[in-house]
Design a protein around this ligand. Structure first.
Ligand SMILES: [Fe+2]
Length: 200
């Protein structure tokens, strides 16, 4: 059974204490965005919130590259969050390619094999897509226009041959959720997006 939002908040607070950083505030923004969109789309807001809150929990282990996705996946399985553990793997890989993740693919060979097996054997569900989208909307300061966040991440990590397909996939996912809510996802957040996007 899915653990509660209190359990998820406690685990994030623990992770933040291990490795303080902007990633925890980013995670809280992603959780809030995911819950709001899920409720508007007829999905389970609680599940969306918990998935958003813990998608980057692997960052507890400190400065790593893409390894945090695997670290989060195994931590969540150890801590009883089995239902959503795979969100840690899927959130960075919208095109299901392990090499598209931002940062170095610093997996052990066994971890890499587990990630590749997961990508081969799993179809993404609406929650995977939702967290991919919200990861591209949420900063530590709030919810922004997706273009802003994508450029920001690319300035930090650089371009690769995966960058453009990843951007295109994320725009496609946004359109998918626009369709589910019969409107524009941005409209769910009042003036926040305009405000935070132009803040810095
Ligand atoms: Fe994230």
């Amino acid at each position: 059974m899915l653990k509660s939002r209190n359990d998820a908040q406690a685990l994030l607070a623990w992770g933040e204490a291990q490795n303080p950083g902007k990633w925890a505030a980013h995670s809280r923004t992603v959780a809030r965005a995911a819950e709001t969109i899920a409720n508007a789309a007829g999905l389970d807001g609680e599940r969306a919130y918990i998935s958003g809150l813990l998608h980057d929990i692997g960052r507890y282990e400190g400065a790593t590259g893409l390894h945090h996705v695997y670290a989060g996946y195994s931590l969540l399985r150890r801590e009883g969050f089995d239902d959503i553990a795979a969100i840690c793997l899927s959130h960075s890989l919208p095109n299901r390619e392990f090499a598209e993740g931002s940062g170095e693919a610093d997996f052990t060979p066994e971890e890499l094999k587990a990630v590749i097996d997961y990508l081969k054997n799993t179809e993404y569900n609406d929650y995977d897509k939702l967290i991919q989208l919200c990861d591209a909307l949420g900063t530590d300061g709030g919810i922004v226009l997706m273009e802003k966040r994508l450029v920001d991440v690319t300035r930090r990590y650089g371009f690769s041959s995966y960058t453009l397909p990843k951007w295109n996939k994320l725009f496609e996912i946004k359109q998918y959720f626009d369709g589910l809510i019969s409107g524009n996802v941005y409209g769910l957040f009042g003036d926040e997006i305009g405000r935070v996007t132009f803040e810095d």
